[in-house]
Design a protein around this ligand. Structure first.
Ligand code: ARG
Ligand code: ZN
Length: 472
């Protein structure tokens, strides 16, 4: 649209051209993806978000979500337009106060075209007014907005934001959040971070949550429904907020018996990984029917099914370990998923040892021995599994075997120095597997190229066992 103004000889166009900052006159559209080879359309190019302010209203009976997102960002290149990732119905977009044109494109893109191009380095305030019924929206044939009998939950990986707020949806662009949602009195709205306030009027209660540390978009969560909230502080001083659906049925006891140990587990993990990185900890258990759990930042999502066989502190350990490995230190690209899942699984093995249920070495031996060489398990490369195998069991179990192999290679002293030092060295940032290898080599003084290649990047069962006991 702006390029029209650049046509030479058009008198009216010339005066518009004068209003364009010289450096942005040749601006072009921002890329519709941030450049992740696993998911080329995820995230966007040309700007960096620092903060999301979401002020919303939700009606549980009809699943209607409406409100305003105010996004603070800065351009990283000259832009004639830029994309947000979003599925709901947009009524208005403003960029730095002025209304902007917008259109949907592709499966999940909202293309925003401001009146004048934006020069590189320009601070942006983008206001998106929107509404919609998230459960009616899908992209690529799926939806990750999970309806419950009394509300809904947004929690999934790597996609969940599209169904409830416009964003630059990739872990590379982390930001702080204020999430404020009004729900009918008697319904609760649960999100990340600390609960700043609840205010009631005219039959509606507004819940306002703040995440004051950088957070990846997939780690933002929202749960709406009837919850019991329990609050406390860990012995180590970390505030804990947990929430349980009032309709957990037979799973309620086991869910509480597990998630109420969050403070104890956060303190124990702090001894292994260093200080807990966020201002609040906790989890929530909505009455969803999906089976997984997710490390949503500072407020973990647990499916009730995680507790169908009794208490399950192991999943609590897994998701809380991600607060260091995944949430504070996030992947640069989705191919780096081992940095999340390999270490969260390994934390479960350390917890098993702590609980007297088998040592990490014993569990490594067991996993190694339980997959024969011709098992497809060994064809998955944890260091680059491919988008379709991002959450394959091998990323977790072979991933943790790789961690045990590292431990055996560099010895316990260097190994535990790496486990604790890594989250501090990249706190609130992003890293890839090459960064981790460089860090482990620096701490241990050993060259680890062959070890990483064997355990993470070969589609075959490593000839040498991870185990000192030498099972094959
Ligand atoms: N990071 C999650 C976990 O390991 C996995 C989520 C997988 N996503 C899914 N929709 N099942 O706890
Ligand atoms: Zn995990």
């Amino acid at each position: 649209m702006h390029r029209r103004f650049l046509v030479p000889g058009a008198l009216a166009a010339a005066s518009v051209l004068l209003a364009i900052p010289a450096s942005a006159a040749g601006a072009s559209p921002g890329a519709p993806g941030i450049g992740d080879p696993y998911y080329p359309a995820y995230g966007n190019g040309g700007y960096d978000v620092s903060h999301y302010d979401l002020r919303l209203t939700y009606r549980p009976e009809t699943d209607e979500l409406a409100g305003t997102a105010t996004i603070l960002a800065r351009t990283t290149e000259d832009l004639s337009s830029f994309d947000l990732d979003f599925l709901l119905d947009v009524a208005e977009v403003r960029v730095n106060g002025a209304t902007a044109a917008f259109a949907s494109s592709g499966e999940h893109e909202l293309v925003v075209t401001p009146k004048v191009p934006l020069a590189k380095g320009t601070p942006l305030t983008v206001v998106v007014r929107y509404s919609g019924v998230p459960s009616t929206k899908s992209a690529y044939g799926f939806s990750t907005w999970h309806r419950t009998p009394d509300g809904a939950v947004a929690a999934d990986e790597p996609e969940s934001a599209w169904w409830w707020f416009p964003s630059n949806d990739h872990p590379l662009d982390k930001a702080t959040y204020d999430v404020s949602v009004a729900v009918p009195d008697g319904t609760q709205a649960i999100s990340n971070g600390t609960l700043q306030s609840t205010t009631s009027r005219l039959g509606w209660t507004r819940w306002t949550w703040r995440q004051n540390k950088p957070q990846a978009t997939y780690l933002a969560t929202l749960a709406l429904g009837r919850f019991d909230i329990s609050t406390g502080t860990s012995e180590g001083g970390v505030p804990v907020v947990n929430a349980y659906s009032r309709n957990l049925g037979d799973n309620e006891g086991a869910a509480r018996a597990s998630v109420e140990r969050t403070g104890e587990i956060v303190d124990w993990l702090s001894g292994v990984f260093g200080p807990y990185p966020f201002a609040s900890a906790g989890g929530y258990v909505p009455n969803t029917t999906t089976g997984f759990a997710l490390e949503t930042q500072s407020r973990v999502y647990y499916s009730p099914r995680q507790f169908a066989n009794g208490s399950n502190t192991s999943v609590v350990v897994h998701e809380l370990a991600h607060q260091w490995y995944g949430d504070s230190v996030s992947v640069k690209g989705w191919k780096d998923i081992w940095l999340n899942e390999g270490f969260a699984r390994y934390a479960q093995w350390l917890w098993s040892e702590h609980e007297g249920e088998g040592t990490a070495q014993e569990l490594a031996d067991y996993v190694y021995a339980s997959h024969p060489a011709d098992d497809a398990f060994w064809t998955v490369k944890p260091g680059d599994p491919g988008a379709d195998r991002q959450f394959d069991i091998a990323v977790y179990d072979r991933g943790a075997l790789a961690v045990q192999a590292l431990r055996n290679e560099i010895g316990d002293e260097a190994f535990f120095a790496v486990l604790k030092g890594w989250p501090a060295s990249h706190a609130y940032g992003n890293a890839d597997i090459a960064d981790f290898r460089a860090y482990a080599e620096q701490v241990s003084g050993k060259s680890l190229g062959a070890l990483f290649d064997t355990w993470l990047f070969q589609p075959a069962k490593p000839a040498g066992p991870a185990a000192r006991s030498g099972l094959t």
